[in-house]
Design a protein. Structure first.
Length: 172
């Protein structure tokens, strides 16, 4: 069994490691701030201000989603893209989520996310590609729509005539 260190030695060790308890002198010059690292190209889209920790967490979720997408694990990739978006809501994630939905044959959801991406204003580079995908998806949705009248939506209800208090038709 190891002998216990005296309290004073422990405090000296802590104070020595932390740089002391006193504040730095007023005449000390502040250290220059390090330059910010360059952003990854896929994260260039401007968005709301978030903390560096949140950005790093979102970036890790994004990179994991990219790996899963490359492995054709679209449902898992979608979850990671959604997680990244919830941390750092960049409109560019709509494109990624739409691609996951499209690859899972979730046509209506893919259309929704592609339309959100186009409406965001960040789709300049991919506008033609997304519009072509939307046309393809809309054609698919129309082709997949049920043709049988048994599956047709019910006819709209007409307004019923007003009833009297006793349950019969109201008299004019």
């Amino acid at each position: 069994m190891r002998p216990a260190r005296p309290l004073r030695a422990s405090l000296l060790l802590v104070v020595g490691l932390t740089g002391g308890l006193a504040a730095p002198p007023a005449a000390a010059k502040p250290r220059p701030r390090p330059r910010a690292a360059a952003k990854a190209p896929e994260m260039e889209i401007s968005g709301p201000a978030v903390s560096p920790f949140a950005k790093e967490t979102a970036r890790a979720a994004f990179e994991n989603a990219e790996r899963l997408f490359r492995d054709k694990r679209y449902a898992e990739a979608e979850v990671e893209y959604q997680a990244a978006y919830s941390i750092w809501p960049l409109d560019g994630f709509f494109f990624n989520i739409a691609q996951c939905e499209r690859n899972q044959d979730h046509t209506a959801e893919a259309i929704d996310y592609f339309e959100r991406y186009l409406a965001s204003g960040h789709a300049q580079k991919r506008r033609a590609e997304v519009e072509a995908l939307l046309e393809e998806l809309r054609d698919k949705l129309a082709a997949d729509a049920p043709k049988d009248s048994a599956f047709a939506p019910p006819a709209p209800r007409t307004a019923a005539a007003p009833r009297s208090r006793d349950g019969g038709q109201a008299r004019p």
